[in-house]
Design a binder for this molecule. Structure first.
Ligand code: PSU
Ligand code: MN
Length: 290
């Protein structure tokens, strides 16, 4: 049986500019097929939770402006109201699990945000991606998380809630644009089979939730750490000054970083996505063969 690989749609609607986004979405589906899997891009279309989009639906999501960003809490509302929207990592995981899909490739996950504005008095903003990883049995292949987040706090959260963090050919948790964060992963694997063995062991033990598999951006596309961090600090300062909060903050920071770092960050983003889809497809195949 052909293994299925879930892909997300936020990167189509919010992550990349048109028409690059449509080209990328199609290219990622093609890579999944080249690797012998069946890609299932996840989104909500007219109130239906979908895993697998037609060419027309993909095109419409990519070219529309103001597409909704739907996370777990938005799904019931979207269904009741017949909305169309792109799904976050959390919502994509949940819909993938409903469709019996066990592996999902994306770019970067959400996490624990850095404290901003009001300091200690402010509640910490924790992405719904984290509790989803703690409760939904889907393995997520990503390039780590952007340093717009508090990466040590994000890893602490994953530890508390029992989510294994696996480095794919790395000993360190990658920071999206850069290969290193100085923070260790729980274990390193060097083959799809080793990753599949951990996913399968977790399922057999009956432990709830997913596994986070982290593959660093390919070396030749990595951004210099100084350049990435400068853009991140500036974007964070602007978000603070403009009082950006809640579900708007992540899209705001992502868009500003792309504007500040330009063509090179876009190329890094595309390269890591392609890499993650290739690895995710290989893991899905290894898992299906067990
Ligand atoms: N981080 C990235 N790229 C992304 C996202 C986060 O580097 O595209 C998107 C994903 O869809 C992720 C969501 O699930 O942002 C997290 O949003 P929030 O922090 O509001 O939970
Ligand atoms: Mn949030």
């Amino acid at each position: 049986m052909t293994a299925l690989l879930a892909l997300e749609s936020t990167l189509i609607s919010h992550g990349l500019p048109y028409p690059q986004n449509l080209k990328t979405a199609r290219r990622l589906e093609a890579i999944a097929r080249e690797q012998g899997t069946e890609p299932r891009t996840v989104a909500v279309i007219d109130g239906q939770l979908r895993a697998g989009l037609s060419a027309d639906e993909l095109q419409a999501l990519a070219s529309a402006t103001g597409v909704r960003k739907l996370s777990r809490r938005d799904l019931s509302i979207a269904v009741a109201r017949g909305w169309t929207g792109a799904t976050t990592v959390a919502a994509t995981m949940w819909i993938a699990a409903q469709h019996g899909i066990r592996v999902f490739s994306t770019g970067g996950i959400g996490g624990v945000h850095r404290l901003h504005g009001g300091g200690a008095a402010m509640a910490v903003d924790v992405s719904a991606d984290l509790p989803e990883l703690a409760q939904t049995p889907v393995a997520v292949v990503c390039a780590g998380a952007k340093a717009i987040l508090d990466l040590p706090a994000t890893l602490e959260w994953l530890e508390t809630w029992g989510v294994p963090v696996v480095g794919y050919r790395t000993d360190e948790f990658p920071a999206f644009y850069t290969r290193r964060s100085g923070l260790p992963v729980d274990v390193r694997v060097d083959t799809p089979e080793e990753a599949a063995a951990i996913i399968e062991a977790k399922r057999k033990l009956g432990l709830p939730g997913g596994v986070l598999i982290c593959a660093p951006v390919p070396e030749e596309y990595e951004l210099p750490a100084d350049e990435a961090n400068l853009a991140i600090e500036q974007a964070l300062a602007e978000a603070d000054a403009q009082g950006v909060r809640g579900k708007e903050i992540t899209p705001f920071l992502l868009a500003r970083i792309v504007e500040l770092t330009g063509e090179r960050s876009l190329r890094a983003n595309l390269a890591l996505l392609e890499n993650n889809v290739r690895i995710g497809a290989q893991i899905a195949t290894a898992l299906a063969a067990r």
